[in-house]
Design a protein around this ligand. Sequence first.
Ligand code: EPZ
Length: 421
Amino acid sequence: MDKIIIEGGVPLKGNIEVSGAKNAALPILAATLLTEEKCIIKNVPVLRDVMTMLRILRSLGVKTQMVGNKVIVEPKKCKSYIADYKFVSTMRASICVLGPLLAKKKQAKVSMPGGCIIGQRPVDLHIKGLRALGAKIKVEHGYIDARAKQLRGANIFLGGAYGSSVLATSNVLMSACLAKGKTLIENAACEPEIVDLANFLIKMGAKIQGQGTPLIIIEGVKKLNGATHTVIPDRIEAGTFILAAIITGGDLIIEKARADHLSALFDKLKQVGVSITVRGDTIHAKRKAAVLKPVDITTLPYPGFPTDMQAQMMALASISDGISVLTEKIFPDRFMHVSELNRMGAGIFLEGASAIVKGVKRLSGAPVMASDLRASAALILAGLVAKGKTEISRIYHLDRGYEKIEEKLQKVGAKIKRVKE
Ligand code: EPZ
């Protein structure tokens, strides 16, 4: 397995490019199952999770080809309706083939996704939404087995104990496009990735309104056509690079970004004492004061502060001047990065779903272990500013969601390299 080695203390300077959004690309690739015509998806990041989704599509009899960041999908040969455990166990997001398979093939058998390091990953909202559309669903032997001769539009409330669900909204949205009649999804997820999926479905001929708001209205159609679509930039990767500029006291121009997807982060960074200038699709980020102010964060569904930026923000809070409180309302167990940051000299302790971070002057490099995608990013940020050498192992987690991150950071001065373990 590879590991990443970082020599900390270099302020990052220069231009860094954002890739396409993993969490938009995955459901959009699944949505190609809704048609028998060719689809071309551009700006797809080259990531482990994308490769897994392409393997799933191929296992369903679909022809896929990835040339650079462009994916060509030809689903006419889509014969099977079973998404096997061996794929779903490596990527929870595989669940988003359930809706399109059910709608197109009238049947879907998708392995129950395991939990993962950030906590229990229930699928009750996915099942509730698809049952509301008329699907007969059994959950047995570790598989979700869904059947429906004809899905019918319905009014569905999709809010759960933790608010809206991104992938449950994606699944129900995709199925409703081919259901008979009108569907209303209330308490729908409002994430930009849902909007991007809806925009792709509309290009395929779907009739959708309200994407990006808590109420999405879909008028079912008989058939969807092939389409070409360019995936939106990855707001979490952009946010991670903004924090890389700030934590190192550097000055970065982040290119091909969508600043309008980052309002909650910008709002918090104003409190920290940071200068952010937006010009079109570039974001200029640099620290204003020598000392970073502490910050209080609560993660919430979009447009609230994203849970996928919580770990990275904790790395920044670790060297802020004061006490920060980060409360995780989406995945209350999402704190695997705390013990690793503390190994680097951070002063963090957990109180229920909150992390209390007492800022320290300087972190110190250490051997640490990545545990999940965003925790890995937090350890990179900490390593970039820590004194001395940081070695991060198990970085396959990182490769799931960040395209060529060490190359991108090297280009702006980071002393970072990937070595074979
Ligand atoms: C998506 O996961 C993202 N993944 C996650 O990003 C992200 O953290 C999450 O949304 C929240 O923003 C992809 O888009 C591929 P949820 P998803 O359903 O859809 C509970 C990353 O790092 N819930 O919105 O699986 C759930 O337990 C990944 O890129 C139910 O209770 O998350 C959680 O507490 C990590 N019942 C909350 O809802 C359900 O049926 C939000 O989860 C489904 C979810």
